[in-house]
Design a binder for this molecule. Structure first.
Ligand code: SAH
Length: 367
């Protein structure tokens, strides 16, 4: 059987070209793009402003959606986790985080992850595969429709973070394409300065991103102030050690806009990377490179069966004080959605019934 084209992963010009192949005028391409990306319709049947015959033809050669929502978990703090399946049965997880000023959607770039970070549950899945641009975009469409209603404009805009499952920079081209599709003003219109991508430190891609105009913000997961410890916690460090990573950050720094800082994330593991000595080492490392950065301390989220405990609160605040005394802006990230396995490092396609959830149910999604 001929493969149906995943239309959700096409940019507006590509969609115009696609309908041109069906001998349809350009305005039809724009119409379909807006139906998918702006009105967030998930099936051709709903596009009642298109001629019936065209809808039928589109359905034969293309797909309006490919992800299926299997379950939705709602945390006591309002965070929602969606467990979805790709057409080939692989798990994809997305998290919607309601916030005071602007809601945030955390999306995945891969199903599973090839990096073997010892403190992260996703690592246990291994890499299943990288997601297509369409599968990245679809996660956001699904989360928005569920949170606000189909096609309803988010009242306060949306921030996106590429901090779900997977290493975004090992799926660089699809990621950038998805971001470009989402930035289109005829579609979702989520522009790059509302987007932050987190990487474990794929150095060549940090350098590539520095060359991209309209690039998203960058966050880098450090987790350790020395190569010795980072090699242990994040094996990717053996390939690109700290000096190389920070040198790439220095190149990237030249592209920062006035007032823009990039972020280092530092997961706090009790007795492993949270000592006063390690706080000083971290401050010295960043200061030695003179980086315009801030540090986000992330309390470790429980991830059974991993052998770590979160650092006690006092330890986190002492660590923060030391960094600040050395001139580094430091924030402590408030964990969200821990009770539904939605927090950082907890995405591992968990399906068990969770007592604290208000609701677990399938969200009907047509294809
Ligand atoms: N692969 C990318 C993006 C996904 S991880 C990266 O490594 O940056 C997003 C963030 O969650 C990273 O900063 C990671 O260090 C952090 N993290 C992973 N497991 C965690 C856990 N169990 N608790 C708290 N943070 C965790």
């Amino acid at each position: 059987m001929e493969q149906r084209v995943e239309l959700i992963g096409l940019s507006q010009p590509e969609l115009i070209e696609f309908v041109d192949g069906l001998e349809e005028p350009a305005y039809r391409g724009r119409q379909v793009f807006a139906a998918l990306q702006h009105r967030r319709l998930r099936s051709f049947a709903e596009m009642t402003d298109l001629p019936k015959e065209l809808r039928a033809r589109l359905n034969k050669v293309g797909q309006a959606s490919t992800l299926k929502v299997e379950s939705r978990y709602i945390s006591s703090d309002g965070t929602r986790r969606y467990l979805m399946k790709t057409h080939d049965g692989l798990p994809v997880e997305t998290v919607f985080i309601p916030e005071e000023h602007r809601d945030t959607i955390c999306f995945s770039s891969q199903s599973g992850c090839p990096l073997q970070c010892t403190f992260c549950l996703t690592a246990q899945l291994g890499l299943l595969r990288s997601l297509t641009p369409g599968e990245i975009v679809e996660q956001i469409l699904i989360a928005l429709n569920d949170a606000y209603g189909v096609g309803v404009k988010p009242p306060r805009g949306t921030n996106l973070v590429g901090m779900g499952a997977g290493e975004p920079f090992l799926n660089f081209d699809s990621l950038l394409k998805a971001l470009r599709i989402m930035a289109d003003r005829n579609g979702l219109y989520i522009v790059s300065n509302r987007v932050t991508i987190s990487t474990a430190g794929i150095v060549p891609k940090i350098l590539d991103l520095a060359k991209v105009s309209d690039r998203p913000h960058l966050a880098i997961s450090l987790a350790a102030p020395t190569d010795e410890l980072r090699n242990e916690l994040m094996p990717i460090n053996k390939r690109w050690p700290l000096e190389e990573l920070l040198k790439a950050c220095k190149v990237f720094e030249k592209t920062l806009k006035p007032g823009e800082l990039f972020t280092f994330e530092y997961v706090m593991l009790a007795g492993v990377n949270d000592s006063e000595e390690q706080a000083r080492q971290l401050a010295n490392l960043l200061n030695r490179h003179g980086l315009k950065a801030k540090v986000n301390l992330i309390p470790h989220n429980p991830a059974e069966p991993l052998p770590y405990r979160p650092s006690p609160e006092e330890t986190v605040s002492r660590f923060k004080k030391i960094l600040e005394s050395k001139g580094i802006h430091t924030y402590v990230r408030r964990p969200r959605g821990r009770d539904i396995f939605a927090a950082c490092g907890q995405l591992a396609a968990r399906q068990e019934t969770l007592n604290t959830c208000k609701e677990i149910r399938s969200v009907g999604v047509t294809s």
